[in-house]
Design a protein around this ligand. Structure first.
Ligand SMILES: Nc1ncnc2c1ncn2[C@@H]1O[C@H](COP(=O)(O)OP(=O)(O)OP(=O)(O)O)[C@@H](O)[C@H]1O
Length: 303
């Protein structure tokens, strides 16, 4: 039997619970019991709903190839100008859920999304919704920096060009400069804008990808483990940048680093086996998690 030992370590987390709750938490649980419990919970623990959210998602299910259900009935609001971190054990569906938000799952054969997803009240999956325009509003930065095999300038200019956002070269120059500045890269590359983007360091390439996403003036930026391929210094630079970008954008970030989630996000959503288990203000999730699965994950007992 695949047993997850769910024991409580009060040495590492200041959690206030009565003795009976604590002893219930000490019971080891098998996966089937956990799944039954998650199925029965009608909504996540904590605070998944917001007034006037940027994204409103209800009862979201995702299937791969009609057989594998990766996301089960997720209800989650994402606020304006917030950084929300999505955490959870490998395979729990964080990336799958993230990709629902800008229909990147449409690009995966056999992937089907069900449920209600609204961006500023507008149905993301409506027939008349153009996924290319949607992805300009909801940009994405991936785990591995993926600059185009083009110059630094052309990487950033690409989106504004295909969306016809500028009337002339001077306007395009301004967007490229402004986007590189917002991504904290301009000073490092201003004398070599025609050099290949792929010639930059990993951290610089990731900031170039962020500049490319910013150049089309998105409203939301989705980040799927954006620093996992970077060293600690490049990671710190990106984390500072995320904090600045929050002034202008909503940011949803999938991360395996709980320290990172704690440093940069205002709210944290904990996923487990495809269910959204808990969502709350980040400091609450990390100091006083309400669900034992969250607690066990953040104290390192599984994941
Ligand atoms: N293209 C695909 N086809 C079939 N199954 C998939 C596909 N992509 C993901 N899955 C499955 O869906 C589930 C959720 O995967 P997902 O990548 O969203 O999880 P995750 O929490 O982001 O994982 P990780 O932290 O390891 O990146 C997993 O069981 C995974 O094997």
């Amino acid at each position: 039997m695949n047993t997850l030992a769910l024991t409580k370590n009060t040495m590492t987390l200041p959690i206030s619970q009565d003795a009976s709750a604590a002893s219930a938490k000490d019971q080891p649980l098998d996966i089937q019991t956990i799944v039954e419990e998650l199925k029965q919970a009608s909504q996540p623990v904590g605070n998944p709903f917001l007034d006037d959210p940027k994204f409103y998602t209800r009862d979201v299910d995702v299937f791969y190839n009609q057989v594998k259900q990766a996301i089960f009935g997720v209800d989650l609001d994402i606020g304006k100008n917030e950084v929300i971190a999505m955490i959870g054990p490998s395979g729990c569906g964080k990336s799958t859920f993230l990709r629902c938000l800008n229909r990147m799952n449409d690009t995966i054969d056999g992937c089907k999304v069900r449920g209600q997803l609204l961006l500023d009240g507008e149905d993301v999956y409506a027939k008349e919704q153009d996924p290319v325009l949607l992805r300009a509003r909801v940009g994405m930065v991936f785990q591995k920096p993926n600059p185009f095999p083009k110059s630094i300038y052309d990487n950033v200019a690409y989106g504004p060009r295909i969306h016809g956002l500028t009337a002339n070269r001077s306007e395009l120059d301004d967007i490229v400069e402004e986007s590189l500045k917002k991504a904290g890269l301009f000073n490092e590359v201003k004398d070599r804008l025609q050099a290949p983007g792929t010639g930059l360091s990993g951290g610089q390439q990731q900031r170039l990808c962020i500049a490319r996403a910013i150049a089309v003036s998105p409203e939301v930026i989705l980040m799927d483990e954006p620093t996992s391929a970077l060293d600690p210094i490049a990671t710190a630079t990106i984390e500072e940048l995320i904090d600045e970008l929050r002034q202008s954008f909503t940011i949803c970030i999938v991360t395996h680093s709980m320290q990172q989630a704690a440093r940069i996000s205002q709210r944290t959503a904990y996923f487990h086996l495809g269910y959204l288990v808990e969502v709350n203000e980040t400091n609450k999730v990390f100091t006083n998690p309400q669900h034992r699965l969250t607690e066990n994950y953040i104290t390192g007992r599984f994941g």
